[in-house]
Design a protein around this ligand. Structure first.
Ligand code: NAP
Length: 238
C-alpha cells in the first residue's frame, strides 16, 4: 500500500480550531500529516483536537508577534504552514468605527505578516494564506475587508518571490458556511446564505471542506507558488 501523501510531514494551522482552518487540519491529518493547531481559546482547541483525532494544540494570539515567534522557535521547522486565523467585523466603512477597521487589519493582515516573518518552514515546504473573493470583487458592504483581502493576495505573491524555495500561495474563498457567521441570528444568516447562493452559478454557498481541499492540494503540488486560487462557486465571475 502507498504511504499517505503527507505522511512524515508536519503542518501548522493558525486558526485551526474552527471553520476553514479546522477543516484544513482535518484534511491534512487524514492525508497523514502531523498537525499542530494554534488559536486563542484553549477549550475550542481541545474540542478541535478531539475532532481531528490527533493534533498538538498551541494557545496564542496571532496579533502577538513575539508569541508567534516563540511558537516557531520552540519547534522544528514545519513542512507546511497555513494562516486561516482572523477575527473580523464587516460592514460599510462609514458605518464602522476606525478602531474596528484597524482591529480587522491587525488581526487578518498583520497576523499573516507576523507568521510570514517568524515561520520556520522546510525548503521544500509551503506557506498558504487565506484571503477572500471580495479582494478581487470588492463590495461596499465590506469595504475595508475587501482591501485586507487584496493586500493578502499581494502579500502572498511577494512572499513567493522572497521565500523561495519555500512555496507561498493564497486561497481566496467565496462565502463559506462556518461558525464565523454565528454572530448573525439563525434566520438572518440563512436568508443571507440563500441570497448569496441565488446569485452564484452553482446556486449554493461553499463548505469549509472545499477550501481545505484546495489548501492541502497546494501543500502537495511542488510546482505551485505565487498562486492566488479562487474557490468561490463562481462568485468572482457572476
Ligand atoms: N467564512 C467565510 O464566508 C469566508 C469567506 C472568505 C474568506 N474567509 C476567511 O477565511 C478565514 C477563516 O474564516 P472562518 O470562516 O473559518 O472563521 P472562523 O470559523 O471564525 O475561524 C477563525 C479561527 O481563527 C481563530 N482566531 C481568530 N482570531 C485569532 C487571533 N487573533 N489569534 C489566533 N487565532 C485567532 C479562531 O479561534 P479563537 O477565536 O479561539 O482564537 C478560529 O480558530 C478568515 O481569514 C476569513 O476572513 C472566510
Amino acid at each position: 500500500m502507498n504511504p499517505a501523501p503527507l505522511s512524515g510531514q508536519t503542518a501548522a494551522v493558525f486558526g485551526g480550531s474552527s471553520g476553514i482552518g479546522l477543516a484544513t487540519a482535518e484534511a491534512a491529518r487524514a492525508l497523514g500529516a502531523e498537525v499542530t493547531i494554534a488559536s486563542r481559546t484553549e477549550a475550542r482547541l481541545r474540542e478541535a483536537a478531539a475532532r481531528i483525532g490527533e493534533a498538538e494544540t498551541a494557545a496564542l494570539d496571532i496579533r502577538d508577534a513575539e508569541a508567534v515567534r516563540r511558537f516557531f522557535d520552540q519547534r522544528d521547522p514545519f513542512n507546511h504552514v497555513v494562516v486561516s486565523a482572523a477575527e473580523l467585523g464587516v460592514g460599510p466603512l462609514r458605518k464602522r468605527s476606525l478602531a474596528e477597521e484597524r482591529a480587522a487589519f491587525d488581526s487578518k493582515f498583520w497576523g499573516a505578516v507576523n507568521v510570514a516573518h517568524a515561520a520556520r518552514i522546510r525548503p521544500e515546504g509551503s506557506l498558504t494564506l487565506v484571503s477572500g473573493m471580495i479582494g478581487v470583487r470588492p463590495t461596499g458592504g465590506a469595504t475595508v475587508l475587501s482591501a485586507i483581502n487584496a493586500a493578502i493576495d499581494a502579500l502572498s505573491k511577494a512572499l513567493a518571490t522572497e521565500m523561495a524555495p519555500v512555496r507561498v500561495n493564497c486561497v481566496s474563498p467565496g462565502r463559506i458556511e462556518t461558525p464565523w457567521w454565528d454572530f448573525l441570528p439563525a434566520a438572518e444568516r440563512q436568508a443571507l446564505f440563500d441570497r448569496t447562493a441565488s446569485g452564484l452559478p452553482l446556486k449554493r454557498i461553499g463548505r469549509p471542506e472545499e477550501i481545505a481541499a484546495q489548501i492541502v492540494h497546494l501543500m502537495q503540488n511542488g510546482f505551485m507558488t505565487g498562486a492566488v486560487v479562487l474557490v468561490d462557486g463562481g462568485g468572482s465571475v457572476a
